[in-house]
Write a protein that binds this ligand. Structure first.
Ligand code: MG
Ligand code: MG
Length: 258
């Protein structure tokens, strides 16, 4: 059974996810051709510690960094490195924190400079699929309603849904029940109740849906080498309308200024 959060806990989770959202907003201004993914990681760790939190991913199951930086055909769990971002790349930045004992977990896929219009569409559709999932995160619905909404938007655009990785509950632990797949049948799965906090995180591929595990033990890549996008919100299930605890406003403010 999934653990229901009190109103106080939802507010703590909002603060944690707001800090992750701010961190991603800070990074939005730094992502450009020439910066390394490790450079982004160092900026993020300093920012998080300066705000009284600790990185949520560093040391989690042995993960070595603050961010997951997944470039182009990397789907998720990329390890920051000396890789220098170049014009036309896309990079999923997934960030976690622990603030006052509660996790934040939010992700956004950024364009590096000008990108291929088809890749731009992959990013736009993946973000839309997340928003479609969020609209279903209301009490009385089921997890499958979220899954179905995400899948429908992604596949209608001709893209495919990664199945090996799923969203999850969020709280004092990074991964709690229930699982939140990005594909599924309407009306299936656990019932959504007010006080459930879940991460909805579509991972959408331009080509085939199958993935491979790379030799570093972490990075998940597309099997066909084509690009993949990933967006994630933490959401509190509520009556009538989901309460989104993450925000892309800090990012959009930076990106829309250019
Ligand atoms: Mg995440
Ligand atoms: Mg997550």
């Amino acid at each position: 059974m999934s653990y229901l959060k009190s109103e106080e806990e939802v507010e703590l989770l909002r603060a944690s996810n707001n800090l992750v959202s701010m961190t991603l907003g800070m990074l939005a201004a730094e992502i450009r051709p020439g910066i390394t993914t490790l450079g982004l990681d160092r900026l993020a760790e300093a920012f998080i510690r300066d705000h009284g939190a600790i990185p949520g991913f560093k040391g989690y199951n042995g993960f070595p960094a603050t961010l997951c930086t997944s470039v182009n055909e990397a789907v998720v769990h990329g390890i920051p490195s000396g890789y220098i971002l170049k014009e036309g790349d896309i990079i999923s930045v997934d960030c976690g924190v622990i603030l006052n004992g509660y996790y934040g977990d939010t992700a956004f896929t950024f364009a590096v400079g000008e990108i291929d219009p088809k890749v731009r569409r992959l990013l736009d559709v993946t973000r839309e699929s997340l928003e479609a999932g969020v609209r279903m995160a209301v009490s009385g619905n089921r997890i499958g309603d979220i899954s179905h909404a995400v899948q429908t938007v992604a596949e209608a655009a001709g893209f495919t849904v990664v199945r090996e990785l799923v969203g999850h509950g969020l709280g004092k632990k990074l991964h709690e029940s229930p699982e939140v797949p990005n594909y599924g049948r309407r009306g299936s799965g656990p019932k959504l109740e007010r006080g459930m906090v879940i991460c909805i995180e579509p991972m959408i591929n331009m080509g085939r849906r199958d993935t491979i595990q790379s030799g570093d033990g972490w990075t998940v890549k597309t099997g066909d080498g084509k690009p993949s996008a990933h967006f994630e919100y933490a959401v509190a299930v509520d009556k009538g309308k989901a309460d989104v605890l993450s925000t892309f406003e800090y990012i959009d403010r930076v990106l829309n200024k250019t």
